[in-house]
Design a protein around this ligand. Structure first.
Ligand SMILES: Nc1ncnc2c1ncn2[C@@H]1O[C@H](COP(=O)(O)OP(=O)(O)OP(=O)(O)O)[C@@H](O)[C@H]1O
Length: 509
């Protein structure tokens, strides 16, 4: 006779959330949400844009107070009224928008957060940082100035900062959305090391591949409710997880698409273009590139290889030091020229580059650089609203209500406003930098479809992405950049991850 071993008493979760609810005006951002995290595990939190993930985590971190529900830390009910209170209970959070002072060194930034007492001994702190950085595999130099660090390095500083303020539970809000693939691998190595050392980690992500790569359990939120609570991701296939997130199946992209029509005038042509970066260095060297009408050209490269400068030069936003830019045959020297020639653009970082946070969704619809419909001496808001409703209906990215301020929207919802405004335009050229960044699965897929629709309508599309799978699924051709140069070009029929990867690091295909 076999006797079932009694289920071992589980250790108390580090964090337990029971029935959190939170309302913002008309929006029920969380309804009766459950969530828990144990020491030594990675718990992924997933869901569509606006599902309520950030709201839940901000309540855990004491930024917002829940309207209802309670939270336990190590089994003890707590009411955290502030992030400082959360930190004192061992809860730390790394936000999507990294909050470091660029002009300060790593040590100075950590000193600001650590608040070590009346006499600030930066030398001692620097030694502690070096020790913690070695112990947790977070390579950063204590004396480096933050402004000189890459995004991946800045994120490591944030994690160190959180660790050094005593966190045992670390919340990472969409940490990979700004990282290149190699940086994601490095981050996950750090996360594994932390869980082995007994830390609890919460990670928000939109990528199922990342859930599978790093998470022990996953919770799915939809419209503010817990749809799946703390399940093992291996028990669900991708379709099931997507359906839990979106409430329906998401169709695959069409595999077949027509050939690029022959044309004498390229939608975009760069001839021998060089340009300087923000630090005065040569960021682009002798770039020659063509995008035909009805062609989608992907730009691949490790982060910082000149992609940003390339998009800006193509849109007349950055001066060239030599060479020529033409859109639809017309020479481009300014943003006005580019818009006049029919260019639409999705910037790399819409929050920094094209969003005024206190303005509403409707007001942003009028901010595309084109003529605003006028009524007498004022703006014809009814016409702007009609344009917005039409764009939203055609694109189907379901943007937030017209009167919402952008400061109230999540990153993914802001991205959808910009995408809807720009991709609904009847443009001859679309320059899209990381268009699906921060978007959930369904909206990322719809954005990809819209880019293919722009291509089918005869626009030239230049698209930068860090996601090779996305580029290979969409592009007719991939141009690879390395260190400000074009290091190679691969046609759709010859797409090969390894070959593109070699070009990305400056080798040959
Ligand atoms: N401070 C706020 N004021 C008003 N509404 C808010 C505020 N914060 C969030 N919301 C709204 O609450 C809902 C949930 O937003 P939340 O940011 O929690 O979603 P999310 O799942 O984190 O989304 P994303 O994946 O896009 O980051 C959304 O409709 C959002 O617009």
């Amino acid at each position: 006779m076999s006797i079932e071993a009694p289920v071992a008493p589980t250790t108390l979760p580090m964090l337990q959330v029971d029935g959190f609810s939170k309302r913002f005006g008309e929006v029920q951002a969380n309804s009766d949400v459950r969530f828990d995290v144990h020491a030594g595990e990675v718990h992924a939190l997933v869901g569509e844009n606006g599902a309520g993930k950030s709201t839940l985590l901000k309540m855990v971190y004491g930024v917002y107070e829940p309207d209802e529900g309670r939270m336990l830390i190590d089994g003890e009910p707590v009411a955290l009224g502030s992030p400082a209170a959360a930190r004192s209970r061992g809860v730390g959070m790394v936000f999507q928008d990294l909050r470091l002072v660029p002009a300060f060194t790593v040590t100075e930034n950590i000193a600001l957060a650590a608040n070590p007492g009346p006499v600030l001994r930066l030398k001692d702190l620097a030694a502690e940082i070096a020790e913690a950085s070695a112990r947790h595999g977070l390579a950063v130099h204590p004396n480096a100035r933050v402004r000189h660090l890459s995004i991946g390095e800045r994120q490591r500083v944030e994690i160190l900062k959180v660790l050094m303020t005593g966190a045992r539970l670390i919340i990472l809000d969409e940490p990979t959305s700004v990282l290149a693939p190699q940086e994601v691998d490095a981050l996950f190595a750090v996360v594994r090391q932390l869980t082995e050392a007994g830390f609890g980690i919460v990670i928000v992500t939109h990528k199922l591949g990342e859930v599978r790569a790093i998470a022990d359990r996953v919770t799915v939120l939809r419209a503010g409710r817990t749809v799946l609570h703390g399940v093992d991701p291996d028990d669900y296939d991708d379709e099931q997880l997507i359906e839990a997130m979106v409430g329906r199946a998401v169709p695959a992209l069409p595999a077949e698409r027509g050939p690029v029509p022959p044309s004498d005038v390229p939608a975009l042509e760069l001839t021998g273009v060089s340009s300087r970066g923000d630090r005065g260095h040569e960021a682009l060297t002798d770039i020659s590139l063509r995008v035909q009408p009805g062609e989608l050209v992907g730009i691949a490269g490790v982060a910082g290889s000149g992609q940003r400068e390339l998009c800006e030069v193509a849109l007349g936003l950055r001066p060239t030091t030599s060479g020529e830019v033409r859109i639809g045959g017309a020479s481009v020297d300014s943003a006005r020229d580019a818009i006049g020639a029919g260019a639409a653009s999705v910037p790399e970082d819409p929050v920094a580059d094209s969003v005024v946070r206190r303005l509403t969704v409707l007001e942003h619809m009028g901010l595309d650089g084109r003529r605003i419909p006028a009524r007498g001496l004022g703006v014809d808001w009814a016409a702007v609203r009609a344009r917005m409703t039409d764009a939203d209906a055609r694109l189907g990215l379901r943007i937030a209500p017209a009167k919402r301020r952008l400061s109230e929207l999540s990153g993914g919802n802001i991205q959808r406003v910009i995408l809807t405004r720009e991709l609904a335009l009847d443009s001859s050229l679309v320059v899209a930098a990381y268009p699906s960044r921060g978007l959930d699965v369904a909206n990322a897929r719809r954005t990809q479809e819209v880019l293919l629709e722009r291509r089918a309508a005869g626009s030239g599309v230049l698209m930068v992405s860090e996601d090779l799978d996305e580029l290979m699924a969409l592009a007719d051709r991939i141009v690879v950049m390395h260190d400000g140069h074009v290091s190679g070009e691969v046609l759709a029929a010859d797409f090969d991850r390894q070959a593109i990867g070699r070009l990305m690091v400056g080798g040959t295909s």
